[in-house]
Design a protein around this ligand. Sequence first.
Ligand code: ZN
Length: 544
Amino acid sequence: MVLKTFYISFLILLFSSCYKGEEVDLIVHNAQIHTMDNGKIVQAMAIKNGKIIELGANRQILNKYRAKKEIDAKGKEIYPGFTDSHGHILSYIDKKLSVDLTGSTSYLEMVYKIKNYLKKDSPKIIIGKGWDQSLWENKELPNNTILNRYFPKIPVCLYRIDEHAVLVNNAMLDLLKLDTIKEIQGGEIVKNNNKPTGILIDNAIPLLEKHLPKHSKIKKIEAIKEIENELLSYGITGVHEAGISYEDLIFFQSLVKDNVLSLNIYAMLLPEPKNIDFAKKNGPYKNKNLSIRSFKVFGDGSLGSGGALLKKGYTDDTSNYGQMLTSIKKIEELSMVCESTGYQLNTHAIGDSMCHVIIEIYKELNEVNKDHRSRIEHVQVIDKIDLVKLGLYGIYPSIQPSHAVSDYRWAEKKLGKKRMKNAYSYKNILESAGIITIGSDFPIESPNPFKTIYAAVKRKNTNELPTKGFIKDQAISLNDCIKGITIWAAISSFDEKRLGSLEEGKDATFTILEKPIVVSDKFIDNQSWKTFILGIEKYSRENL
Ligand SMILES: [Zn+2]
């Protein structure tokens, strides 16, 4: 009898361990997993070696696998890790290591912030970031008179929020030796009565760079870890870094080599000679979480500083049409480099004229390679005639909905009522292209994807402005917006085999959100409860 009981329990044990056969690293169950794979929602998934092994109902997964670790998601929503398709980690580092002028409501508030900063730090040159004169009483670009009064000796460089204009004092201008500089293509040293006002625009800005002190690697790494943690706290696991120099490329390579950075980085190279050599030598490059196979070129400037290239003059300054920052010839040469190296071309184009120019260049690319996936970054003003060509020539629009609900205050003043029909027209853009990739353009805007979603779907900022929504008929659906930060973001960076949706064989890179994503009439903030990259927990609110 004893023997028989022993025999039966042995059989049960054998049977159950066979049944619960394969050992995996992690099971997540009791969740609402939005796979972004054709709308499929499941309850559980099994993960091994950083990849998803199987998705399905709770019982199906829990019965089939044994796991070293199990997470009960308590019914929470899970999404593929979000991607910010247009961000600037490097500028965010600079911003963290300089005076933060964001949100200053007057020139004097800016001075006050600098004075406060100087109580804690004593730099050789003061660098500030984030002013926006459209928040001030006088909304015109400032001059440096006040700055010279408060800071007569120490050089000061203050970047406008979009970094397309910088305000510098006379002590800084002295360093630049302007009398040796002739004309600047695609840039301007603004003058009044032949004297510089202290404003430098677009291609005049690099004149400053060689005079600015470099941050130490240690300080940069400290800042980047802070930034990574902030992004992970929103469920962001990847960034399309919109424009890096060769020096930055080396920096990113070293971060990835030393495992300092976990985020997936899709870095767009600026078209400088060393970067072009890199592309020619390496072709599409991938090392761990760093992927490089695109160039970012500045077509025009920004609308806020009057640099975006328009077909007709600015409504508030009719003689100004904006400007091209890179010549058509140079963009065409770069597009040939892209063609021969298998790289993607991502062009910053804001004005309707610039969008037209770049679409015509992409048309030629499309004739040689239908899968070029060339992107237009921003697409803020686009004519109806050009709009249809997005789909026709396989062009990928890359949009930042938060810009729309920041710019609404002055956009009509610059563009006029009639042209507003072609501005921030994300719904039309999506209808034409069939795909959009979505980002925030941080640190110009907040990287918080829930703010981006609110801006895209409700066309309002988090102050609930404008009250009726900005050009409300151009809102896109919640589902399309989430696609724009997951699966479409992956496709727009040639990474759809690995990222963008939760499917068997793909990366176990996902976020478990604190609250479900809903779009109600008031902004509800949200955050990640836990964020995983390749099956490893990189962020948890429980650790806070
Ligand atoms: Zn940008």
